[in-house]
Write a protein that binds this ligand. Sequence first.
Ligand code: ADP
Ligand code: MG
Length: 273
Amino acid sequence: MAILEIKNLIVSVEDKIILNGINLTVKGGETHAVMGPNGTGKSTLAQVVMGHPKYTIESGDILLDGISLKDKTVDERSRAGLFLAMQNPVEVPGVTNFDFVKTAVQAHLPKGQHLRIGKFILQMEDAAKDLKMGTGLAHRFLNEGFSGGEKKRNEILQMKMIRPKIAFLDEIDSGLDVDALRIVGENVTAMKSPDLGMVLITHYQRLLDSIVPDVVHIMIRGQIVKTGGRELIAKVDADGYDWLKTELGIDTLEEEQPKPVALGTCATRKTLH
Ligand code: ADP
Ligand code: MG
């Protein structure tokens, strides 16, 4: 059973602290939800775990099965069992969906082991059918011209084929109509197993009605300020996040926390102008 441990994680981007001491442990078999207002750092958390080079880890660590991921590349993290279904999946003209998934699945096999192409094709067809994607999508360029809903379903298709140990699903519900949401919900729920730990990032209760989490976290200004059960989802749905301001003794949910600038840096900058 996999275990992902995020410990006291402080992360900055372009001199601004975005994550301010995140602690989160996700084990195989568990489904966590992370909710929070826009701009609070939810996508940053998912991207940092996956190894996006844009972000700087100031301190803290991310461990998968006890091994630090800090110095691992994105592909190493993926092969170790991590997966991210992106909030805004990228379009890759020139690479077919089929080739992309085939290459990804091949890359996850142990060294020297080759993909059995016949079995792979059947599995991919089944996965596409489960997601009501239509067979033509496999031969179109990756995400190019896909609707928002198709892109999101395509992320789930990849997840079904790659079979990660720990998956972050970043706003997988955005851009989905009610039917597509139900299909994604059913497919993700069917993947639940002791071999898969999940983190669902979302604003909305409706996703968490179809993929039921075990634990719910609320993230505000780069920190997990509350962890509880499903009662938190109903509370957020009814009242939003404003009630947390009083509870946390803060004036605004959006306040930025600039990184302290050393005097020396100011002096250097001045001389440049
Ligand atoms: P969420 O997913 O919770 O909406 P994000 O993680 O996308 O939030 O963003 C958190 C904060 O980080 C926002 O204030 C956003 O403007 C900032 N941020 C993200 N990427 C960058 C970047 N490349 N440069 C500057 N600020 C960034
Ligand atoms: Mg986001």
